[in-house]
Design a protein around this ligand. Structure first.
Ligand code: AMP
Length: 233
């Protein structure tokens, strides 16, 4: 089933695809703020579940710490719940979203297709953030996240003014367990095996737009905005 089955998309419903460390999260955060739309990061949702000690969090934690994917059925239920809320007729802001880190497998993409079709919706953009593997490894090991507000910093490309402290809120910066060297290789392997096939999946539906994301965050943001304006489907 094609996501656009019969209907032209009217909102901004984007999927950001790319390997861990490709910069999708940083770009989604900024774009969501500028356009006042929802940024749904499955990684952030899962980390919140883990921090809250929920049943889902407890089930997900061991997969996440090992750099493995959380099983499809858990993720699909979590995302469908959020998209259901996001599209519950609450007006233009809640109708629009960016999915960051979902789908990550072909069954997840198929489930998203079905959920959107049921709601009479379709994706408007699928953006692939393209970065070579050696750059990803360097980026992930330099990535630090604010424990309070979730802002993402990078000691190489986007360092905070004061080491270990978030410029935005003064919160302390932490390295994610799965950004430690022992989990990074595993995550990139999982990406190649499970997620890279989605490029063909969306290409064959003529939805995929490639972005050279091996550039500074500001340059990528500019290119992303242009791509969205020019490449609107
Ligand atoms: P991220 O912050 O997107 O890199 O996600 C961190 C971790 O959460 C991943 O390594 C997976 O263990 C899990 N995760 C996030 N999104 C998904 C997904 N769509 N499918 C399965 N696992 C996911």
């Amino acid at each position: 089933m094609t996501p656009a089955a019969g209907s032209r998309p009217t909102g901004f419903r984007a999927v950001f695809l790319g390997a861990p460390g490709a910069g999708k999260g940083t770009q989604a955060q900024t774009l969501a703020k500028v356009r006042q739309i929802l940024h749904l990061s499955t990684g952030d949702m899962l980390r919140a579940e883990v921090a809250g000690g929920t049943e889902l969090g407890l089930r997900a934690k061991s997969f996440m710490d090992a750099g493995k994917l959380v099983p499809d059925d858990l993720i699909i239920a979590m995302v469908e719940g959020r998209i259901g809320l996001a599209s519950a007729g609450k007006g233009p802001i809640t109708r629009d979203w960016i999915l960051d880190g979902f789908p990550r497998t072909v069954p997840q993409a198929e489930a998203l297709d079905r959920a959107l079709a049921r709601a009479g919706m379709a994706l408007s953009h699928v953006v692939f953030f393209d970065v070579p593997s050696p750059v990803l490894v360097r980026r992930l090991s330099a990535r630090w996240t604010c424990a309070r507000c979730g802002a993402i910093w990078n000691t190489e490309s986007k360092p905070p003014k004061q080491q270990g402290v978030c410029d935005h809120c003064g919160g302390s910066l932490k390295q994610r367990t799965d950004d430690r060297p022992e989990a990074v290789g595993q995550r990139l392997e999982v990406y190649e095996r499970e997620t890279a096939p989605l490029l063909d999946f969306y290409q064959s539906r003529n939805l995929l737009r490639r972005l050279d994301a091996n550039r500074s965050p500001d340059v990528v943001q500019h290119a992303l905005i242009q791509l969205i304006q020019n490449g609107a489907i």
